[in-house]
Design a protein around this ligand. Structure first.
Ligand SMILES: Nc1ncnc2c1ncn2[C@@H]1O[C@H](COP(=O)(O)OP(=O)(O)OP(=O)(O)O)[C@@H](O)[C@H]1O
Length: 285
């Protein structure tokens, strides 16, 4: 076939006589869940602020009046519950056995392995395929109710969980997160290329810790080097780009479980607008 890339596992062309492996099958949410849109948040490298960006995007969409959820797919290093101040263990609906998501102060629904452990410092030493199955179960065995936008906080890197999410969840697109070091930008390229090779749209790039703004003189200092996200976004044809400052308030609010209280002003508008536009386009199709 003209469009064949010999990657049958990620190819969705139907009726191909040359197919050597099963193509991807998207899993459906259960009957109690109506999930309209799914957006992955991805970073090629750990510690660049992916969970923070997931939390802020979810909070911004919730402030815009949407019903929002976060599936914490960073199963072995989950940090979403803490950022939202959620500590109670998940409960189950006794009639169906389905897990009920926890809910933040602002109404964001959250499911995370850390809400299933007896103590939140217990390690989760699971192998990749187990983690991938847990992510699928979080998607289709949880009673999510009505959700306009579900954000999936991915583990860092281009691991098999990322492949599982790209292949199995009905994903609208991804937002990538980077920090301003050359190595990190190069690694963003890997995640973007993986998404492109699997026909997943890249909706935006957030360059985190792009600058530090002096509270006395207002001057912006590029502590980790000159931001390069704009050039990276142009290189990979990413349609929306935003920056976030290095701000001790982020770390403090995450530690205090009050991430929703952070006022990002209009810093993430370009990305949030793009997510909303992609959702509207999908609804219209
Ligand atoms: N812009 C920022 N300013 C200050 N602190 C930040 C900023 N971004 C992230 N942090 C802090 O850095 C730490 C790591 O952030 P976060 O957990 O979001 O990273 P991550 O990329 O999701 O990490 P991992 O790859 O391990 O999942 C957190 O304590 C967070 O509060």
């Amino acid at each position: 076939m003209a469009e064949c890339n010999s990657n049958c596992g990620s190819c969705s062309v139907e009726g191909c006589g040359d197919r050597t492996q099963a193509g991807p099958t998207t899993i459906e949410p259960n009957e109690q869940s109506n999930i309209k849109h799914v957006v992955g948040v991805v970073s090629g490298k750990g510690g660049v602020g992916k969970s923070l960006v997931t939390s802020l995007l979810a909070s911004e969409m919730s402030k815009r009046g949407f019903k929002v959820a976060i599936l914490d797919a960073d199963v072995t290093g989950p940090s979403i519950p803490k950022a939202f101040g959620i500590a109670n263990p998940l409960t189950a609906d006794m009639s169906t056995g389905a897990i009920i998501p926890a809910q933040s102060q602002g109404g964001v629904k959250v499911v995370s392995t850390n809400l299933m452990l007896r103590e939140d410092d217990m390690p989760v030493a699971w192998r990749g395929p187990v983690v991938s199955n847990v992510v699928k179960q979080f998607f289709n065995e949880v009673n999510w109710g009505d959700v306009d936008y579900m954000f999936v906080d991915m583990p860092p890197g281009t691991s098999d969980v990322l492949l599982t999410v790209f292949q199995s969840l009905p994903i609208d697109g991804i937002v990538t997160v980077s920090a301003p070091q050359e190595l990190v930008a190069m690694i963003v390229g890997k995640a973007v290329n993986l998404a492109h090779s699997m026909d997943v749209d890249v909706l935006g790039l957030v360059e985190n810790m792009a600058y530090y703004e002096c509270d006395e003189c207002g001057k912006r200092h590029h502590i980790f080097g000159e931001p390069q996200g704009e050039a990276v976004a142009a290189k990979y044809e990413i349609p929306a780009y935003a920056t976030l400052p290095l701000d001790p308030n982020f770390a403090r609010l995450c530690d205090e479980g009050k991430v929703e209280e952070y006022d990002v002003k209009d810093a993430l508008d370009a990305i949030v607008d793009k997510i909303e536009a992609a959702g509207k386009k999908e609804d219209a199709e």
